[in-house]
Design a protein around this ligand. Structure first.
Ligand SMILES: NC(=O)c1ccc[n+]([C@@H]2O[C@H](COP(=O)([O-])OP(=O)(O)OC[C@H]3O[C@@H](n4cnc5c(N)ncnc54)[C@H](O)[C@@H]3O)[C@@H](O)[C@H]2O)c1
Length: 297
């Protein structure tokens, strides 16, 4: 098994920062590249405040400053042509054998690798936010990805303490985002119909299906409930579930008004200045506690 010591993270945003933290926390040295100096600065401050000022990380804003690396994680903005340009840059600056991962949330691995000269060492590695804490990483081979590349990615991720889950085929949105978006389509429809408000909906999900999903997963949960019961409910319920193939008008209206969630100060909830940072801290503490309880089983 190859050992990975030098990582390059491209994109220092929400995901890139925590990907760097994950690698650093596992003894790797990290270079982190972003074209936006403000983002780099925010990332530097966050990493130094969490890991101390002696942390082994190089913050760079152009490819000329990028040195040798064994693995690259591309984590720039979710846009096909931008990612393709970045992947071309990656290939132009790293060795032929360097493992290249993309943290796309659901773009086609084949579309992304169309522009690459050596796509056999390229594979999807879909992390979840916060990437240093959430265990699962979906590993998505493209048509040209070699078996060795998949094995290397799995070894790397296990070495970083993750639970890699290799998909047998690439489908849009992979697995988790398909399920998350199916759930969100119905949540938005329930809000549009005025069945409950946002806070009540969150409370219902958290303290009913949410906790059981974390313990059992959806399919084992159905086994526990009985598949015949599930079939009976499917028979009358599916016809009233939302099956729109376009975004929810409620979601479109919120975004049009500039209500983008925590980053703009309001979304489904109000996010006064400083509240997001406090929430992050509480969420991280709860995640650590919950995951440590789950790892005992
Ligand atoms: N946010 C999430 O919850 C989440 C979860 C899983 C996967 N992802 C995926 O991770 C990727 C990054 O998402 P994010 O939430 O960190 O986005 P983000 O907007 O916080 O960060 C993206 C960063 O990419 C940088 N960038 C843009 N063009 C660049 C270039 N040419 N070279 C270098 N840097 C460049 C931007 O300056 C920005 O800082 C996306 O593909 C996204 O779909 C996000």
């Amino acid at each position: 098994m190859q050992s990975y010591k030098k990582g390059l993270v491209v994109g220092a945003g929400t995901m890139g920062m925590n990907l760097a933290k994950l690698m650093l926390g596992n003894g790797m040295t990290v270079t982190i590249l972003d074209i936006d100096p403000k983002v780099l600065d925010r990332c530097r401050q966050a990493l130094q405040s969490d890991l101390g000022s002696k942390v082994q990380v190089h913050f760079v804003s152009d490819w000329l400053q990028v040195g040798e690396c064994d693995v690259v994680v591309e984590s720039v903005t979710e846009d096909l042509s931008l990612k393709q340009r970045v992947l071309k840059d990656v290939e132009a600056h790293v060795g032929d054998e360097t493992l290249i991962l993309t943290n796309t949330s659901g773009l086609s691995i084949d579309d992304l690798s169309d522009v690459m000269t050596r796509p056999e060492r390229f594979v999807g590695a879909h992390f979840f936010n916060p990437a240093d804490l959430i265990p699962t990483v979906e590993v998505i081979p493209g048509r040209s990805t070699s078996g060795t590349c998949v094995d290397d990615a799995v070894d790397l991720l296990r070495g970083l303490g993750k639970r890699p889950a290799v998909l047998k085929q690439s489908v849009p949105g992979f697995v988790a985002n398909r399920i998350q978006h199916a759930l969100m389509r119905e949540c938005l429809s329930i809000l549009e119909q005025g069945v409950v408000d946002a806070e009540t909906l969150d409370d219902i999900v958290r303290y009913s299906i949410g906790v059981r999903l974390a313990i059992n997963g959806p399919l084992r949960q159905r086994d526990l409930n009985g598949l015949d019961t599930h079939l009976n409910i499917s028979g009358y319920l599916y016809q009233s579930l939302d099956n729109r193939t376009t975004p929810s008008p409620l979601l479109e209206a919120l975004v049009e008004k500039g209500c983008l969630g925590r980053k703009s100060g309001n979304g489904f909830y109000e996010w006064p200045a400083g509240s997001g940072e406090n929430y992050d801290r509480q969420e991280r503490e709860l995640l650590v506690r919950l995951l440590s309880m789950m790892s005992e089983d």
